[in-house]
Design a protein around this ligand. Structure first.
Ligand code: NAD
Ligand code: GDU
Length: 322
């Protein structure tokens, strides 16, 4: 059955890919985005677009919407350390206003973009949802605060909600991909080296307790993530807040990622060693058992070379357009 969905942050990387998947599945999509970090041209054809802020969501939200998919947020870990107030204001304040608008309008289902950054430095790997949540930066803390807000909203007011805790999102889906400005994520930065837009990739620390000394992360294809959002919409039950990790359960080191980019692009990719980046845990790998059991989710694009190849095709297309 087709539905009508409000996608906040749908001009950004993940939101635009999920909006595209919703449209392809026959749903009606309205994107609400203030274009603070997103791009108007990122909004998929076929979606309605409102240029506006989630803090004003009450202006547009009404009972005709079946659910909200909430991606709008600031998400730069480093910036959150120096400007924490920006993160509390937008991520927490903005979501409070959005939840109030949903309550007012009688919209009873929510899928929220949470993050592995809610866990902080893990005690055990792979990380399960019941692991301690001790974020090491204000970005993770703001997302954890929102998760707590949603739990209360579900218990008190009957919201049906699913928080999806993404690990490291990567890859692209056709015309939708990653173009943060400034870019801080590893794979798009290494691809910029392959394109000649950067001389070398800085490797942030090689003295971590990992096999090659560089940080290990769980890279998940953005299209697999999108599949999980469509399943989460079906799994949202009134009065329940379900939290699911989304990752492949495979860790790759920074050096392995750089080597994969060399193989995919054929470029030598010079590396320079740099200091550790503040707040970086050594290893972040997900257990996605809850998503498998409760959502029926199975990722189908776990191969790192395939993820990098899709991101590379997108980066080359964008470069041709510019
Ligand atoms: N990319 C990742 O690796 C990753 C990992 C974990 C969690 N997340 C979460 O996923 C979500 C999407 O991340 P992304 O990488 O696509 O980021 P993005 O910056 O590309 O997209 C965020 C979008 O939200 C919009 N926005 C921000 N504040 C707004 C507001 N107040 N009102 C309306 N629109 C607003 C921006 O303009 C942008 O289009 C975020 O909530 C992020 O915290 C991302
Ligand atoms: O130029 C760079 C950029 C990154 N890295 C390293 O590459 C790894 C991945 O870094 P990213 O910035 O690509 O991703 P993060 O792991 O820092 O962040 C991601 O995972 C976080 C969980 O901790 C949050 O979910 C966040 O939103 C999401 O982007 C890290 O070890 C980082 O130190 C480098 O060595 N050089």
């Amino acid at each position: 059955m087709s539905g009508k969905y409000l996608v906040t942050g749908g001009a950004g990387y993940v939101g635009s890919v999920v909006a595209q998947h919703l449209i392809e599945a026959g749903h009606e999509v309205t994107v609400l985005d203030n274009l603070s970090t997103g791009f108007r041209e990122g909004v998929p054809a076929g979606a309605s677009f409102i240029e506006g802020d989630i803090r004003d969501a009450a202006k547009w939200l009404d009972a005709t919407y079946d659910a909200v998919l909430h991606f709008a947020a600031f998400s730069q870990v480093g910036e959150s350390v120096v400007k924490p107030e920006k993160y509390w204001d937008n991520n927490v304040g903005g979501t409070m206003a959005l939840l109030a608008a949903m309550r007012e309008a009688g919209v009873r289902r929510l899928v929220f973009s949470s993050t592995a950054a809610t866990y902080g430095e893990p005690e055990t790997t792979p990380i399960v949802e019941t692991a301690p949540t001790r974020p090491t930066n204000p970005y993770g803390a703001s997302k954890l605060a929102v998760d707590h807000m949603i739990t209360g909203e579900a218990a008190a007011h009957g919201l049906g909600a699913v928080s999806l805790r993404y690990f490291n999102v990567a890859g692209a889906y056709g015309a939708q991909g990653e173009r943060h400005d400034p870019e801080s994520h590893l794979i798009p930065l290494v691809l910029q080296v392959a394109q000649g837009r950067r001389e070398a990739i800085s490797v942030y620390g090689d003295d971590y307790p990992t096999p090659d000394g560089t940080c290990v992360r769980d890279y998940i294809h953005v299209a697999d993530l999108a599949d999980a959002h469509l399943l989460a919409l079906k799994a949202a039950v009134p009065g329940e807040h379900l939290i699911c990790n989304l990752g492949n359960g495979n860790g790759f080191s920074v050096r392995e990622v750089v080597e994969t980019v060399r193989q995919v692009t054929g470029h030598p990719i010079p590396e320079v060693m740099a200091e550790r980046r503040a707040g970086d845990p050594a290893v972040l790998v997900a257990s996605a058992e809850t998503a498998r059991e409760r959502l029926g989710w199975t990722p189908s694009r776990a191969d790192l070379a395939g993820i990098v190849a899709d991101a590379w095709a997108f980066a080359q297309n964008i470069a041709r357009e510019q």
